[in-house]
Unconditional design. Structure first.
Lengths: 265, 152
């Protein structure tokens, strides 16, 4: 790791002030992606601003038919929350499938979505549940938030404060995890609302998480596995690597979509 | 260099550390608590698992400065004098270790699993060991040891 300065802050305002002072600074909370990246010298921030001590960013609550989760909330807390298990069980399942127990005890939802790894799980849930991401400056709807590969709509000095998920009638998340990293090689989040069906896909596209419109359209007419099998995902723009080429991966997405329909709850 | 105060195994330890120093190196190099191991150094193997505020974390993926003011428990802190912790005892009784390198992390992970999951079954133990690798491939007896400890 290259050298850096470290500040532990106790408020968003303090974090914002430090961010403004140095444009090479970075926010850290759980650090489960950032620290490994820095160890490999793939990132070299001049200053780390640790927001993990800001306690009012750590909460899970229900409000206006939504579940709102504070940015500092750890994956293990989402996985073990009775409220979430009761209202959006697929979100509990998703959190429980991230990395391993030790990583889940440190990693946070705010960090995961701010990083926007194209194979991360939470971005799929955000798009699937039309989540609104609240920052220190504004509210951003998920469809505007996730811009591309590791790219979000966040400004340089913008910090995620909380994420508000709409409670669906039913939902499910199915992923084919990479056996070593547990990142999604293909992950499909399916959610059913009274007026629409959302299908979002992670782990597959070269541009990161996306909404699968063709699948949404056909499932809106008839929600069945047989019907889903009529839709194919083009391998154009789908990631190819040693684990799966684009044709295989596109097929995996179709298989995960079918499993998501079978496992709605 | 910033000074950190970390309560390790019930004892307040303080040292000046570089910002970039990992918690595992604070434990091993500064405090001479070499029971916690560095295996892969890439957050995969779990040989470095310790408890932070009672929860299992990977000490190679945390900075020492992040742990300032917190409570850490390492493999050295779980036995009661000469009496082994029940999980340590179960590993000994069930031949849960071969070369022993992964064992500190396995035991710290196992204690966390048993704390969190009542009525453990084999499938759950195997799922929960996702973040711990044994290069001797001694999983069979590791799982057996954890189930034995859980039933005590």
């Amino acid at each position: 790791m290259y050298k850096f300065n470290y500040h532990k802050v106790s408020s968003i305002e303090e974090a914002e002030k430090l961010l403004n002072e140095d444009n090479e600074s970075k926010i850290i909370s759980g650090g489960q992606t950032l620290i490994p990246t820095m160890k490999q010298r793939l990132a070299s921030p001049s200053v780390l601003i640790d927001i993990s001590g800001i306690s009012n960013l750590n909460f899970i609550k229900e409000e206006n038919n939504s579940i709102i989760i504070g940015a500092n909330t750890k994956h293990s807390d989402v996985a073990s929350s009775d409220l979430i298990r009761n209202k959006i069980p697929s979100l509990s399942d998703l959190a429980e499938g991230i990395g391993d127990p030790h990583v889940r005890n440190m990693g946070t939802i705010g960090g995961s979505i701010s990083n926007n790894d194209p194979t991360a799980d939470y971005p799929a849930a955000c798009l699937g549940l039309d989540a609104v991401i609240t920052t220190n400056k504004r509210d951003i709807i998920s469809s505007d938030f996730f811009v591309g590969l590791f790219e979000t709509a966040l400004d340089e000095n913008e910090i995620v404060v909380s994420i508000s998920f709409n409670i669906p009638e039913k939902s499910s998340y199915m992923k084919f995890p990479n056996p070593a990293s547990r990142y999604a090689m293909a992950g499909v989040y399916l959610s059913i609302f009274s007026d629409k069906i959302n299908v979002s896909v992670t782990g597959a596209s070269e541009n990161g998480v996306f909404k699968w419109k063709d699948m949404e359209d056909i499932l809106s007419k008839d929600l069945s596995v047989d019907n889903a099998k009529k839709v194919n995902l083009s391998p154009d723009g789908i990631m190819s690597d040693i684990h799966a080429d684009s044709i295989y991966r596109a097929n995996l997405v179709e298989v995960m979509a079918a499993r998501a329909i079978e496992n709605l709850k | 260099m910033p000074k950190v105060n970390i309560n390790v195994n019930g004892e307040n330890l303080s040292a000046e550390v570089e910002e970039r120093q990992l918690l595992v190196h604070f434990l091993r190099d500064d405090m001479d608590l070499t029971g916690t191991h560095v295996g892969c150094d890439t957050s995969q193997c779990g040989a470095c698992v310790v408890h932070l505020e009672g929860k299992a974390i990977k000490s190679c993926t945390m900075l020492a400065v992040q742990a300032d003011g917190m409570n850490v428990t390492t493999i050295e802190g779980i036995a009661d004098g000469d009496n082994l912790h029940p999980v340590q005892e179960a590993f000994r009784d069930n031949h849960g270790l071969q070369c022993g390198f992964c064992t500190p992390g396995m035991i710290m992970a196992a204690i966390d699993i048993i704390n969190r999951k009542p009525n453990l079954d084999e499938k759950t133990v195997r799922e929960e060991l996702e973040g711990n690798l044994c290069r001797c491939t001694g999983y069979q007896n590791i799982v057996k040891s954890i189930l034995a400890a859980a039933s005590k």
